[in-house]
Write a protein that binds this ligand. Structure first.
Ligand SMILES: Nc1ncnc2c1ncn2[C@@H]1O[C@H](COP(=O)(O)OP(=O)(O)OP(=O)(O)O)[C@@H](O)[C@H]1O
Ligand SMILES: [Mg+2]
Length: 232
């Protein structure tokens, strides 16, 4: 098991955002984490990364307890993050944003050539400053940066948000490519159908709780279940 979360309760100040959230991701698995706005999807990712440490419960990554460890420690073990705001350094070039993210872990190392194979457009953008990139280009940098950290698991936070359909396809193809390479992913999406097509299993959250767990295929094909859980 690459990730095992068990019974976490996470707070913002005195406000509780997660209520006993448990989920797991097996080695090489792509798992979708779905649910409406405010359900607690980002908070779950922030809990894994130690950005908002859970008050109760445990998180294990790659066999080690990482609950409430420092974020840089967790990242160094091989947790990659593609944040919802893409958060690249705006005044640095693409090349610099990628090179400062370079890390070795016990997991697969991605060469620049492999990242260019996934996103051919990046090769021509290397000397550009990130503030001049489009949303789609910035997302490529954010994903390239996560790969340069040699992750065993990548946490994607709504990677399709605000992107043109073609770029969304490229991003989802990347998730599939990671899986082929043995890298696991936890894929947070509001766009359920898009996420489910590349996922093995899915969890649905609502108001800080996991309310459904099952195969991605079942959720994709069962219209009434999907309508009840996700309203789409
Ligand atoms: N920085 C914060 N301070 C206080 N409360 C917060 C903070 N961030 C999130 N929350 C609250 O925690 C709960 C879960 O929010 P979270 O951002 O995890 O939801 P989400 O599922 O990622 O939603 P979205 O799809 O809109 O991104 C919400 O009630 C939200 O208002
Ligand atoms: Mg969110």
């Amino acid at each position: 098991m690459i990730l095992e979360i068990s019974g976490i309760e996470t707070f913002y100040g005195e406000t509780q955002a997660l209520f006993g959230v448990s989920l797991h991701v097996a080695q090489g698995e792509v798992v979708a984490l779905l649910g409406p706005s405010g359900a607690g999807k980002t908070t779950t990712l922030r809990s894994i990364l130690g950005l908002t440490a859970p008050r109760r419960g445990t998180i294990r990554f790659d066999g080690t307890a990482v609950t409430a460890r420092a974020t840089h420690d967790i990242v160094r073990k091989g947790v990659g993050w593609v944040p919802d705001d893409r958060r690249v350094f705006p005044t640095l070039t693409v090349a610099r944003n990628l090179s400062i993210a370079r890390k070795r872990t016990r997991f697969r190392v991605w060469s620049l050539g492999e990242v260019f194979e996934i996103f051919p457009a990046l090769e021509h953008l290397m000397e550009r400053e990130c503030e001049n990139l489009s949303g789609g280009e910035m997302q490529m940098v954010a994903i390239g940066r996560a790969l340069f950290g040699s992750p065993g698991l990548v946490l994607f936070d709504e990677p399709s948000q605000g992107l043109a359909p073609k770029v969304v396809q490229d991003v989802m193809a990347t998730v599939a490519r990671l899986k082929e390479a043995g890298v696991s992913a936890l894929l947070v999406e509001q766009n359920a159908a898009t996420a489910l097509r590349v996922s093995d299993r899915a969890y649905v959250m609502d108001r800080g709780r996991i309310v459904h767990e099952g195969s991605a295929e079942a959720l994709l094909e069962d219209d009434s279940l999907r309508l009840r859980l996700l309203g789409v």
